[in-house]
Design a protein around this ligand. Structure first.
Ligand code: NOJ
Length: 770
């Protein structure tokens, strides 16, 4: 077995400059590859129609149920050659059992392909994607995917259902936790980094430690109306191209091997039946050569969308360009009939079957169906010490310091703290949702992390509140294995106990937020404040007069205005994974200086959502004059976010000089260079994420007030300053106009540089036609 030694892997990753992230890597082995074509031609010539249809069938079997129904008759179907892929099964033993069934007992011995929801790590769990994004650290993000590839392949997997690159601007949507947030530029860079991490830099999927990635959910799933999961999306093409599609396109350009269709309806056509999306855009415009699977039972769900009978929805999906049916079994049951009636063609079936077989070929499954999977490899790879160390480092990079008055943080390792809150001792919650192969018993809670880091500190724990009290919500969370621990005492009793504990401590550390099941799939919330009695608990703790440090755990931006006004410090930790508690301790005690910045705007109140920094100006922008009546604003709250996109503090301070430009007027083919000096003006070393935004002042279509076009994460020693250089190539000034033409329009622009999307310094420049 050839394995890349982790040391050289990490070295290679740490040497990869950010600029390289934007280069287009070599595409995955091309569909026209002559040898592959010859092999698959030969195989398909032997296949019956039924066997070809079988390749289009993806079944769920094994450890997890990730949708509303389960696949039946799996063994019999594998033997008959009626299964192309399996998901929710892993471990060398379980995979080998099914693979042997296919290889030994099916007529043509075609290997199965094994997929799984490896979303933010496999056995070693990293922060949820929204947390990873908050690191703004492409090397760390790539490294998390690389380790997930090492582990998942060692566990028998060929295929991971990640990256999820859906742009989301609505904090009510539970799946905002699974993506990179609201920005298309950052989302694109992260999409590329994830694909590179999973598939390896050369996209060689035959390597035993590379895994095929699956880009999801195509498309626009994050724009579900009202933030309610699976809901409708209705969007102009112009908005799609400028704001929502770039991360999908970036992953395609990076060579992602497969794509998953989304559940939602797009301008009246469900994604899974959407020929424009799956064929015209994805294949013809973007040149995608891999295969497309549906999301879980998305084909039969089209009956609920009102798209017709079983036969009809099966035909719609195949004709749209879908190749594989996840759990729905509509292709399996209705394609033969649809061929007879002429609703689908043989050519369409052959094309879909060929794409699945090509994926297996690219994975090397025909050459070695076990892909070097063995119990020995699994035991020497899964959760090895280097991976655990990386998980701790990546977790602390994802954390965002939202407030820190009078240096409440870092904490001292002496004296006493009252550790309060329903999440303070939770191992299950810290690994977040979609952490199926992660064993939460191996995760580190905040309490465990603090005790390990500061044995001399007196730590007294009180729960203080349940994570939620609303019985309906509790029932829903428990119904899907939420594993909540509900304290039967009254909330008054619990708060009273917590207050007593707080009174005898020097500092209160309150670990509050959401349980892991409150974000992720089917976990929309209409109220995004702290659930249950947690706010009442915080108010009582505040009344003790003790310094109040909040450690937040949550999978979405929360509306935490009271908390922001009243806590002395707030550390956003998301669901930080296997090493959460140790990483949180590193940050709280100052062993690591926080450097994360949020990538989804935090609103003051839920009524402001969707709230995002790159909005349009309107014809009546509110200028902050209170009595200005006819303006685009609310009567009861300002337009401001609680924390703007890109915001995050450090234990040190950074000062930005005025940006300077290489030229004040440029032509259409010229690259503009922007330089800015950033200085660490505080007392400790730290990392800063310098962000560059652009505003196109006049356009043939109205333009956003600001758009991220570059960023650099830079380490500055105490007192040190560095001059950073950003290059704005001609494409950075372009946008899709009303005719969907991608072009830059001459006129005035503003460059803005700063430590977040709000606190920036501006410099104008002009683009001229020649
Ligand atoms: C449904 C989810 O939407 C998708 O993200 C996931 O990959 C599949 N189920 C498989 O579990």
């Amino acid at each position: 077995m050839k394995q890349i030694p982790l040391a050289s892997l990490l070295l290679a990753l740490s040497l990869a400059p950010v600029a390289q992230a934007q280069k287009k890597p070599a595409p995955a082995a091309s569909a026209t590859d002559a040898k592959m074509k010859q092999y698959i031609d030969g195989l398909m010539a032997k296949m019956t129609t039924e066997e070809k249809i079988g390749q289009l069938n993806l079944v769920s079997v094994g450890f997890d149920v990730t949708g509303p129904v389960v696949s039946k008759d799996v063994d019999a179907n594998i033997r008959k050659g009626l299964v192309g892929g399996v998901f929710n099964t892993y471990t060398p033993v379980a995979v080998r059992k099914l693979q042997e069934m296919a290889l030994k007992e099916s007529r043509l011995h075609i290997p199965l392909m094994f997929g799984y929801d490896v979303i933010h790590g496999h056995r070693t769990v990293f922060p949820i994607a929204l947390g990873l994004a908050a690191s703004w650290d492409l090397q760390a993000i790539e490294q998390s995917a690389r380790i997930a590839a090492e582990e998942s392949t060692a566990d028998g997997l060929d295929w991971v259902f990640s990256p999820m690159v859906d742009i989301a601007r609505d904090a009510r949507w539970g799946r905002i936790s699974e993506g990179s947030g609201e920005d298309p530029y950052l989302g694109s860079r992260i999409a590329e980094a994830m694909v590179r991490g999973y598939q390896g830099p050369g996209n060689d999927l035959t390597q035993p430690n590379t895994v095929m990635a699956c880009l999801k959910h195509f498309a626009l799933y994050g724009a579900a109306e009202a933030g309610r999961d699976y809901n409708t999306t209705d969007m102009s093409r112009q908005r799609m191209y400028n704001e929502y599609l770039p991360p999908y396109k970036a992953a395609i350009d990076a060579g992602v091997g497969s794509v998953m269709s989304s559940f939602n309806d797009i301008n009246g056509i469900p994604a899974t039946a959407n020929k424009w999306l799956m064929t015209d855009l994805l294949r013809k415009q973007w040149g995608f050569q891999g295969f497309v699977c549906t999301d879980y039972t998305a084909i039969p769900e089209m009956k609920e969308h009102g798209m017709g009978t079983d036969e009809q929805v099966a035909a719609l999906a195949l004709n749209a360009g879908i190749d594989q049916d996840m759990v729905g079994e509509e292709f399996l049951k209705y394609t033969a009939k649809n061929l007879q009636s002429g609703a689908v063609s043989k050519a369409q079936l052959d094309a879909a079957c060929r794409r699945i077989l090509e994926a297996k070929y690219k994975l090397g499954l025909f050459a070695d169906p076990y892909r070097k999977v063995s119990a020995e490899r699994a035991s020497s790879t899964l959760m090895k010490p280097e991976f655990i160390a990386a998980a701790r480092d990546i977790a602390r990079r994802s954390m965002v310091l939202l407030k820190n008055d009078r240096n409440a943080l870092p904490l001292k390792k002496t004296g006493s703290i009252a550790l309060i809150g329903p999440l303070a001792n939770r191992q299950r919650d810290v690994i977040g949702s979609w952490s199926g192969a992660g064993d939460w018993h191996q995760a580190v809670s905040v309490e465990q992390g603090l005790r390990a880091a500061a044995p001399g500190l007196k730590i007294t724990y009180a729960k203080g509140a349940n994570i939620a009290d609303d019985q309906q919500m509790l029932d829903r969370l428990q119904a899907h294995g939420g594993e909540l621990e509900i304290d039967k005492r009254s909330s008054e009793e619990m708060i009273k106990e917590a207050v007593q504990v707080a009174q005898s401590a020097d500092v209160v550390v309150a670990v509050v937020g959401e349980s892991q099941g409150m974000s992720g799939e089917a976990a929309a919330r209409a109220d995004i404040t702290l659930p249950g009695q947690q706010l009442a608990l915080l108010k009582a703790l505040k009344a003790t007069g003790k310094p109040l440090v909040l450690v937040l755990m949550n999978g979405r931006p929360l509306a935490i205005s009271w908390e922001n006004q009243n806590a002395d410090a707030i550390l956003e930790t998301w669901f930080a994974g296997t090493q959460a508690g140790n990483a949180i301790a590193d940050v709280l005690f100052g062993a690591y200086n926080p450097s994360g910045k949020i990538t989804a705007t935090f609103p003051q109140v839920v009524g402001q959502v969707p709230l995002y920094y790159n909005h349009k100006n309107t014809g009546r922008p509110y200028g902050g004059v209170k009595l200005d009546k006819y303006k685009s604003r609310y009567l009861d709250v300002s337009n401001d976010p609680l924390y703007p996109f890109g915001f995050g503090l450090s234990y040190t301070t950074f000062t930005y000089g005025k940006p300077t430009l290489s030229k004040s007027t440029i032509g259409p083919a010229e690259t503009l260079t922007v330089s800015v000096t950033v200085q660490n003006t505080g007392n400790v070393d730290g990392e800063e994420v310098a962000q560059l935004y652009l505003r196109d002042m006049v356009g043939s279509s109205s333009r956003p007030v600001s758009e991220l076009k570059g960023f650099q994460k830079v380490m500055l020693k105490k007192g040190e300053s560095k001059t950073l250089t950003f290059r704005l190539a001609p494409d950075a000034l372009k946008f899709y106009n009303n005719d969907l033409k991608f072009a830059a329009e001459p006129g005035d622009f503003q460059v803005m540089v700063g430590g977040n999307s709000r606190d920036v310094q501006m410099v104008p420049f002009k683009l001229v036609a020649q």
